[in-house]
Write a protein that binds this ligand. Structure first.
Ligand code: IVH
Length: 744
């Protein structure tokens, strides 16, 4: 018995097989696939007389072998075609051939589940939903980049670096590698012994999310490393950017539109959203791609030495990662600026969006000498492109009434594509801004969008004005309730003078109460709030807590189940932490952070409501304006009535017990020490932590100086942490702080 790939079987001396047609010494050749042979053997085994026969046993072995070989062959073929298609952009076979090979491998793996390795090309289709991503700690932190907004800043960057490298010859220019700054999201890939084992997001730089199943679905990412050009290392970390091509993005939106689904905003957010799906089979259906631009850890590597960023990119290319073609080294900053200009001029011809150029010192030993400041390397900088600008026409100027009654004018624009997003509206901020820019209905204007920021009008194209346009006049009354608008002297914003029953403010206030950062009432969005307000169910947030099942199911499009879910979500919101309720009330100048500060200082809503102005401003981080705003709010009898109604509706304002942590650490004495808390803390708010320090005789301060004893830094810490590092001040994590004080 002998198997001759790709699928010929020659059976010699196949007997005794009386009963199904074979004779001794008969040669039989079949053009069967490995899978069909397996089916044949299985059917032979069902014949009682043959099941145990040595011939069938031998055949079974051979078929198993053949199947294994064929599976390996198919994997190699598919990997090769993937690479040619997604990385080199030079496919060798058409989709039909690829699909055939793919299905053949799928069938083999179905029949022989042991063959289904995690790095098989069939595993790119995603796996069942996971409930959440787990945290992944990067071996080396993933840094971010300092930004340069004008190309000229590169001259300063070059000078700064040169000062830090005293061994450099004054005349010889430094060599820089310039690359596009891909507008996607950062990804780290870990390969152990050539196998992809982890894919993770950047997260806060130190800890990201493990999104391996999603990463496997990205076709341009190799699942295992194979190279004839360079040995594969024991451990390799590759960093790069996941993105969506502009044409793929448009096609995806066309498909969604045809299916009656809402379309996506822009390629970057869509790529980010697609990559962070808990159901990786959704990720698999999105056209995500990858560009590699850096290495993290490299261990057990025995190939040609890697000494420069260009070497890094070459190695990555050899290991078959997609690396952008047009990357080169340039001598000195002048040539890099030329590259930047070239990319700016040609960015629209690129298949993907880029938002600047990243410049890196080419030599890795110089990179090491330069090191990093805070979370960015000193040896690299991002030269951003100026935001894209387009001209369009102002069709109308409308006024929206915000939660705090602010009247904000917006320009309604003829739709225009700016930086990959269709813009139909732009904020005009306030009356003075409109006057300063002299924006009139009918004007041609230049609009821009920088990153995710709301579009804005840069200026009027006066040459295109036809002469008969009437200047805009800000309304003197609220468009929603007709109450005269008030614009206090010295302030830019006009506000509706109706503090309690302006329908627009009520609506916005309720939407805010239900929002994520506030009471987080799942499923209660703008549309439902509108409906509740229109039918008169809800006039204040207190009314939400009196809604009944019958009332809800009376409304259009609300069934039993939706009604129950809503009531459950409302029920759940009754017992949220105090600071969320406080934020939810929508007091002017009381954002999420100030709400936390107030809650942890005063502990109950009564104490906050009755705190005097002096008591309020004595709290760290509460200033004059915030204190005044809080006083004004709680002096309003309608507010007192609202709180009372909330309580009657069984809404619970949390009462914080702040005696516990300080009791537990009575022994410590921090007299003479000054502490600064920065970044996000988990166990305490910064204010609570400061209160603990004060309770133990220490001082808490908002800024870092030489006199600071300790800086406690949580994730997201920025300039304060950098300053502490620069001054050599002790830095602790929150866990170390807790440890230091012996809090349990
Ligand atoms: S290098 C230490 N190269 O920009 C330098 N980053 O703010 C680390 N990015 O999170 C990054 N294109 O996601 C590098 N060619 C490129 C890049 C690039 C885009 C992103 C990356 C990073 C962010 C830096």
């Amino acid at each position: 018995l002998r198997y001759i790939p790709p699928g010929y079987l020659v059976m010699e001396k196949c007997g005794p097989a009386a009963g199904w047609g074979f004779r001794k010494s008969v040669m039989y050749a079949s053009r069967a696939s490995a899978h069909e042979l397996k089916v044949l053997v299985d059917s032979l085994k069902t014949v009682p007389r043959l099941a145990q026969s040595p011939e069938v046993k031998a055949m079974e072995h051979i078929v198993e072998d053949a199947v294994k070989k064929r599976a390996q062959e198919l994997r190699t073929l598919l990997q090769r075609h993937n690479y040619r298609y997604y990385v080199l952009n030079e496919p060798e076979v058409d989709d039909f051939v690829y699909d055939e090979l793919f299905r053949e491998l799928e069938r083999l793996e179905e029949a022989h589940p042991v063959l289904r390795t995690p790095t098989s090309p069939t595993q790119r289709v995603g796996s069942p939903i996971s409930s959440e991503f787990t945290a992944y700690t990067h071996r080396m932190p993933m840094l971010s980049l300092q930004n340069a907004m004008e190309p000229e800043s590169l001259i300063d960057f070059d000078a700064r670096i040169r000062r830090q490298l005293p061994t450099l010859e004054p005349e010889s220019p430094l060599q820089y590698v310039a690359e596009p700054k891909f507008d996607g999201l950062a990804l780290e890939l870990v390969y152990e012994n050539g196998q992809l084992t982890v894919g993770s997001t950047r997260g806060n730089g130190a800890v990201g999310e493990n999104i391996t199943p999603n990463v496997r679905t990205i076709r341009s990412i190799p699942l295992n490393l194979e190279s004839t050009k360079r040995p594969v290392p024991k451990l390799l970390e590759v960093r790069g950017e996941v993105y969506m091509r502009k044409d793929d993005f448009l096609r995806l939106n066309e498909r969604r539109d045809a299916q009656g689904l809402p379309t996506y905003q822009n390629p970057r957010n869509t790529a980010a959203g697609s990559l962070r799906q808990l159901d990786s089979s959704i990720t698999a259906k999105r056209p995500l791609r990858f560009f590699a631009y850096a290495m993290g850890t490299l261990e057990g590597y025995e190939g040609p030495v890697i000494q420069t960023q260009l070497d890094v990119l070459d190695a990555l290319r050899d290991w078959k990662f997609p690396v952008f073609r047009d990357i080169a080294a340039h001598n000195g900053p002048g040539l890099v600026i030329d590259y930047w200009q070239h990319m700016l001029d040609t960015r629209h011809d690129l298949p993907m969006e880029i938002d600047g150029v990243v410049v890196k010192v080419n030599k890795l030993d110089l990179q090491n000498q330069l090191g990093q400041v805070s979370r960015s390397p000193r040896w690299a900088i991002a030269m951003k492109f100026p935001p894209e600008q387009k001209t369009t026409v102002v069709r109308d100027i409308t006024i929206t009434v915000g939660r705090t009654g602010a009247l904000t004018p917006s320009a309604v624009l003829a739709p225009v594509l700016v930086g990959g997003v269709t813009v139909t509206k732009a904020t005009l901020h306030n009356e003075d801004e409109i006057r300063r820019k002299d924006i009139r209905i009918g004007d041609h204007v230049l609009v821009q969008r920088a990153g995710d920021v709301i579009p804005e009008v840069v200026k009027v194209i006066v040459e295109k004005r036809s002469g008969d346009l009437i200047p805009f006049v800000m309304p003197t009354v609220c468009p929603a309730c007709g109450t005269p608008a008030v614009r206090p002297h010295g302030e830019a914003v006009a506000r509706c003078g109706n503090l309690v029953n302006c329908p627009a403010q009520i609506r916005q206030g309720i939407i805010h109460w239900c929002s994520r950062g506030a009471l987080d009432i799942d499923g209660l969005g703008e549309k439902l709030v509108d409906q509740f307000v229109t039918v008169g169910y809800v006039q204040t947030v207190a009314d939400l807590y009196r809604l009944t099942h019958a009332q809800l199911t009376d409304l259009e499009r609300i069934g039993d189940k939706t009604a129950q879910n809503l009531l459950d979500a409302i029920e759940e919101s009754r017992t949220r932490p105090l600071h969320r309720a406080l934020f939810g009330l929508g007091i002017r100048l009381v954002g999420a952070h100030v709400a936390e500060v107030l809650a942890s200082h005063f502990c109950t809503i009564e104490r906050i409501a009755t705190a005097t102005y002096d008591e309020l401003i004595s709290v760290h981080e509460i200033g004059d304006k915030v204190a005044q705003s809080i006083r004004t709010y709680f002096s309003d009898p309608k507010v007192i009535e609202l709180l009372e109604k909330l309580r009657q509706g069984r809404f619970v304002f949390e009462e914080i017990d702040n005696t516990a942590p300080t009791d537990a650490i009575k022994g410590k004495d921090l007299t003479g020490t000054t502490w600064v808390f920065t970044g996000a803390l988990e166990r305490f708010t910064r204010d609570e932590a400061a209160a603990i320090v004060k309770g133990l005789g220490g001082k808490a301060s908002g800024s870092v100086s030489k006199k600071t004893s300790v800086v406690v830094a949580g994730p997201g810490a920025g300039s304060k942490l950098a300053k502490a590092e620069a001054l050599g001040v002790t830095v602790m994590t929150e866990a170390e702080f807790v440890d230091h004080l012996g809090i349990d």
